[in-house]
Design a protein around this ligand. Structure first.
Ligand code: ADP
Ligand code: MG
Length: 395
């Protein structure tokens, strides 16, 4: 997103293009926190059973992969993000989205256990969460570290073992979108403006800091500090709910004898996908809910249009999609990690997430066969029309 970005997929030298599939969809079931009734059972690497409590009761959903409750951060990293890191080092763009309701484990996946601003009786700060950025290295079991740090670590490892005639530069920027306002999480201050070049081809965030780094420790500290700066507001669903989208961009520039290639990895911790109704939102909370849904809706529309090979993709509907245009267009591989809670009391949100992920997943696989094109076109219209009318009702 910086002015210096080249976004140069085309400058890749001597490497194979990423595989055809554009969107990989996986589901991660977080551990249960209480001995209560469950609504999810993982039955194989790619399928799960969901008990919707209604007449039809149990339904099977299949995805590219389903992570069980005791699957490790490393397993999640290796399956979802490690392949993308290789593409990024070869000069491609790639993106990972953590999707799901508040409390389903998005931040855990992306960052790991994080310091909480405050604990409350109903949502105490987890015992595994360190209280300060400085304490992170010491407190957090390295096995619990999330995708963001693992990706950067992996990038450094690859660079160290790369051929001596290539020089690499790794830089990161970290921002949040809250109520359609962009804030720099590495240097918190007032809202930042989005700028477009004349043809709307390149989006930049004016004044966003981009920090060049060569140390894992520095990155951890920057991310933990940045995450503390995220806008946290209480809602009825979760006292420490995060109502903002957090976007980390890792840019790798490699100088080779034949020229410089640049790849970017976008790692996005999306705001909770829960509906405003469920969280009993009023006033400011309701406005946030509308903004969050608007950008998740816009993201879903873009992914769908891209997957369907549409000529025109509307990125303009939200800041999130405008920022991710570079990641979503061109030769970019995208992974969606949909997060769900296993307890029956979260059944509604779990179902919404499973259905959202299922639709995204079916688009990917059906793409290989043009017979299904009409079905693909059908999906967003029906789904989003009902979502829009629900939102109207709430407003
Ligand atoms: P979200 O970001 O979706 O709101 P969090 O990542 O904050 O959710 O997760 C909610 C709580 O559950 C946190 O205390 C987090 O540490 C814990 N948690 C989530 N996923 C896991 C997991 N896979 N293993 C252990 N704890 C988890
Ligand atoms: Mg979170």
């Amino acid at each position: 997103w910086s002015g210096s970005s080249g976004g140069s997929c085309s400058s890749t030298v001597g490497t194979a293009a990423p595989q055809e599939e554009r969107l990989v969809v996986v589901v991660r079931v977080r551990p249960s926190f209480e001995a209560s009734e469950r609504c999810i059972e993982v039955i194989s690497g790619g399928s799960l059973l969901f008990d919707d409590g209604g007449k039809s009761r149990t339904r099977k959903y299949s995805y590219d992969h389903v992570f069980k409750e005791n699957d490790t951060q490393e397993q999640v990293y290796k399956t979802t993000t490690a392949p993308l890191v290789r593409d990024v080092l070869n000069g491609y763009n790639a993106a990972v989205f953590a999707y799901g309701a508040t409390g389903s484990g998005k931040t855990h996946t992306m960052l790991g256990p994080v310091p909480r601003k405050r604990g409350t009786a109903s949502t105490p700060a987890p015992s595994n969460a360190p209280s300060t950025a400085a304490g992170y290295e010491a407190d957090v079991n390295s096995q619990e570290i999330g995708l963001m740090v693992r990706a950067i670590e992996d990038i450094f490892l690859h660079i160290e073992s790369a051929s001596p005639d290539s020089a690499c530069k790794v830089s990161i920027s970290y921002l949040e979108i809250y109520n359609e306002l962009i804030r720099d999480l590495l240097n918190p201050g007032g809202p930042l403006e989005l700028r477009e070049d004349n043809r709307g081809q390149r989006i930049t965030v004016a004044g966003l800091s981009e920090i060049t780094t060569s140390s894992r420790k520095e990155v951890v500290s920057l991310l933990v500090k940045g995450n503390k700066a995220r806008t946290m507001e209480p809602t009825a669903a979760n006292q420490t709910s995060s109502r903002s989208h957090a976007l980390l961009s890792i840019t790798v520039q490699t100088r080779t004898p034949l020229g410089t290639k640049q790849g970017r990895l976008f790692l996005t911790d999306l705001a909770g996908s829960e509906r405003a109704k469920k969280t009993k939102n009023r006033g400011k909370r309701l406005q946030e809910g509308a903004h969050i849904n608007r950008s998740l809706l816009a993201l879903g529309n873009c992914i769908n249009a891209l997957s369907g090979g549409a000529r025109y993709v509307n990125y303009r509907d939200s800041k999130l999609t405008r920022l991710l245009k570079e990641a979503l267009s061109g030769k970019c591989k995208t992974v969606m990690i949909a997060h769900v809670a296993p307890e029956s009391k979260h059944r509604d949100e779990t179902k919404n997430t499973l259905v959202y992920a299922d639709r995204a997943n079916s688009i990917t696989t059906k793409l290989q066969n043009s017979v299904y094109i009409d079905e693909i076109k059908d999906f967003p219209t029906k789904h989003y029309q009902s979502l829009v009318s629900e939102l109207r009702d709430e407003v």
